[in-house]
Design a protein around this ligand. Structure first.
Ligand code: GLA
Length: 395
């Protein structure tokens, strides 16, 4: 469904359910992660891009203290409703409500009663779920923009991103970094977002028309709430503590450790922790190298770093899986694919390919064939245009 169609559907459903026009409508896109995996919570660097699909969140203030949420894409329009005083994590049933509820909660610093009145909202989108395209961050960022507007709350973009991240941590149960929310807010048409998660500086880097991205969605499960993501994050934090003790310069996160230091001192770490640690350390170095290559227009060099990134996931961080490896291996054999790697948390989900756009159909056909031969079913391939970030839309 096109974005305009989603907008029409959301505003029509709002009119049907609540009558009239919403006071605010916000749009927020999903994201692809291009280079720099599991670096965000290690205060490192990432290249990402906002995609051309997203979520629309239409809202108006309520007359009383009731919060009403309608999720158009769940069971044909599921509704969740509670009083301001009862805004808290939904433990079972309509757990989808945790994303907008948690965002609302943290927009008011954990005291939703401060909002004074409730709100009524309808949301819907066109990001495929479970594909590793951050549909949850798109929901959080469209929620936060629309609610900030209707309650007259003014906050800068990075603070808004952190509100969504806090909703993930406390309401949705995923200890994610800030990548997904920041990419959704700072995206720009035709450009990558280069993020520094220590300084929270977000820069747009133009990509040019000679290359495009293709996302290939495996059919392997992608669930970040089930502990694998959290255990990787814990290993990184343990390793940072160790390096803080053995290196003579300050270390608070793996961002502060180089590959050379890891080689020298890894012996003091348990084997698995050492394996996990080298992934974000190497990814930071690849992102910085990638920035230099992009500046020189060396897209092939940039693509090679994407292949290296996947090898690091496969061998060290072990957040790949057979299906994603099959996609990357098939991609490697196609000359018009310049780079390929898993995108996002891992353990299933999608791969991000850097491709020559004129060969997109051939690439999709060859990868589909290789995947089908291995697993019997077909992956979903889509060319992705780096697109504008989240914004308010006229209601
Ligand atoms: C998920 C998380 C992000 C980031 C990526 C891996 O998408 O939500 O914060 O950690 O995984 O880079």
């Amino acid at each position: 469904m096109l974005n305009q169609e989603v907008y029409d559907k959301v505003t029509a459903a709002f009119a049907a359910k609540f009558g009239g026009k919403p006071a605010a409508v916000a749009y927020a896109p999903g994201r692809i992660e291009v280079l720099g995996n599991h670096t965000d919570y290690n205060e490192g660097f990432v290249f990402s891009a906002a995609i051309d699909k997203g979520t629309f969140f239409a809202a108006s203030p309520a007359d009383d203290d009731t919060v009403t949420l309608v999720a158009l894409d769940i069971n044909g329009g599921e509704t969740y409703s509670c009083k301001l005083a009862d805004v808290k994590k939904v433990e079972s049933g309509s757990t989808w409500a945790n994303y907008p509820l948690g965002t609302f909660n943290w927009l008011f610093d954990g005291e939703p009663a401060k909002a004074g009145k409730g709100f009524k909202a309808v949301f819907g989108g066109n990001i495929p779920l479970g594909a590793g395209l951050s549909s949850s961050a798109a929901l959080e960022m469209s929620t936060v923009l629309a609610l900030a507007k209707i309650y007259g709350v003014e906050k800068d973009k990075t603070t808004l991103a952190k509100i969504g991240q806090k909703a993930e941590h406390t309401f949705a149960g995923c200890p994610c970094g800030l990548l997904d929310q920041a990419s959704s807010l700072y995206g720009k048409e035709g450009a990558l977002v280069k993020s520094d998660f220590r300084t929270c500086e977000f820069e747009n880097v133009p990509m040019g028309d000679a290359v495009a991205f293709m996302m290939v969605k495996s059919n392997a499960k992608h669930a970040l709430v089930d502990g694998a993501y959290a255990s990787r994050r814990q290993a990184c934090e343990d390793a940072a503590k160790y390096f803080a003790g053995v290196l003579r310069h300050p270390v608070t996160h793996l961002r502060d450790v180089s590959t050379a230091e890891w080689v020298l001192y890894r012996g003091g770490l348990p084997e698995t922790t050492a394996k996990r640690a080298i992934h974000p350390i190497g990814e930071d170095e690849r992102v910085l190298q990638g920035a230099v290559l992009l500046e020189k227009g060396d897209v092939a060099g940039f693509g090679s770093l994407m292949f290296d990134s996947h090898e690091s996931s496969r061998n060290w961080f072990e957040n790949s899986c057979e299906e994603l490896d099959t996609i990357v291996d098939a991609a490697k054999a196609i000359p018009e694919v310049l780079g390929a790697r898993l995108s996002g948390g891992g353990f299933g989900g999608s791969c991000c390919l850097l491709v020559r756009p004129e060969a997109a159909d051939k690439i999709a056909a060859q990868i589909t064939q290789a995947y089908k031969t291995a697993y019997g079913d077909e992956p979903t391939c889509a060319v992705i245009k780096p697109s504008a970030g989240a914004h308010l839309v006229n209601a």
